[in-house]
Design a protein around this ligand. Structure first.
Ligand SMILES: O=C(O)CCC(=O)C(=O)O
Ligand SMILES: [Fe+2]
Length: 266
């Protein structure tokens, strides 16, 4: 489905460009985003969407309220029959998987299993279909598939195209190591919301992607955060005299929106 979407004519994709839509939903063309402030733009195109109620034909107002409010936008059925339905089926399955991970993270932090339950009622989960054209010839390090960055939510569930090495992770020795796709697995990356909740006991993973495979690469991250109105306030057990508060307290929605603005208004 992602391949068929990105194969549409540019004019068709531009009809639902993120700049025309509420809160960064829709299509982002090549080089429109820049995740690394030192970079010159990300050599990827994307299609981004968030939660919508599966039982009604419009977005659930309660789920979509607040700073991140805004309906999803979709290519017309005439252009891509069945796209919305199939993509949402994968989205809902991924959201269910994501919800099942929160209790594990809570237990890892010595918190009650249900700690995140009331903070993740509305599935603040953004999914992005991504396409990276192959980069050939001499490579400008400032223009790569996606520049070095951390994700902004609690964690990311990432599907990568099998057989293509592109994703790299910065390890604790500040060296880039490959994170190749492993058949039948998904990558889980920790993000900034967890770093803020835990005052950096959970660190968000710095990563980037460069497609030098010679063929097109597709990937699908699902960025799963707490509800947008939840304050990212560190747990008391994560703050001490030796580990003073590192981050100002803001809501999850304010944080995600600020990062989206910085990425797409560069
Ligand atoms: O395409 C990938 O493997 C990584 C994508 C990514 O890091 C992102 O969209 O935040
Ligand atoms: Fe990322």
């Amino acid at each position: 489905m992602a391949k068929r979407f990105f194969a549409l004519p540019t004019e068709t994709k531009m009809e639902i460009e993120i700049r025309k839509t509420p809160n960064f939903k829709g299509y982002s063309p090549l080089l429109s985003g820049n995740n690394d402030p030192m970079g010159a733009g990300d050599l990827q195109e994307g299609f981004e969407f968030g939660w919508e109620n599966p039982n009604v034909n419009k977005n659930d107002a309660a789920d979509a309220s607040g700073v991140m409010a805004g309906a999803n936008v979709w290519p017309s059925e005439a252009h891509l029959p069945g796209f919305r339905e199939k993509v949402l089926r994968y989205y809902y399955a991924s959201v269910t998987l994501g919800k099942s991970l929160f209790p594990l993270f809570a237990l890892a932090l010595d918190l009650p299993e249900t700690f995140f339950a009331d903070k993740t009622q509305h599935s603040a989960a953004l999914m992005k279909l991504l396409h990276y054209p192959p980069q050939t010839g001499s490579i400008d390090e400032r223009v790569i598939g996606i520049g070095a960055h951390t994700d902004w939510e609690c964690f990311t569930i990432l599907w990568q195209e099998p057989g293509i090495q592109a994703l790299q992770v910065l390890n604790s020795e500040k060296k880039w190591i490959n994170a190749p796709p492993i058949p039948g697995t998904l990558v889980i990356n920790l993000g900034d919301q967890f770093a803020r909740w835990t005052n950096d006991i959970f660190k968000s993973t710095v990563h980037r992607a460069i497609n030098r495979s010679g063929v097109r690469r597709y990937s699908i991250p699902l960025f799963f955060g707490t509800d947008y109105n939840v304050e990212l306030e560190p747990m008391p057990s994560c703050v001490s005299a030796d580990r003073p508060l590192k981050y100002e307290i803001i809501t999850a929605g304010e944080y995600v929106k600020a990062r989206l603005q910085a990425t797409y208004n560069h």
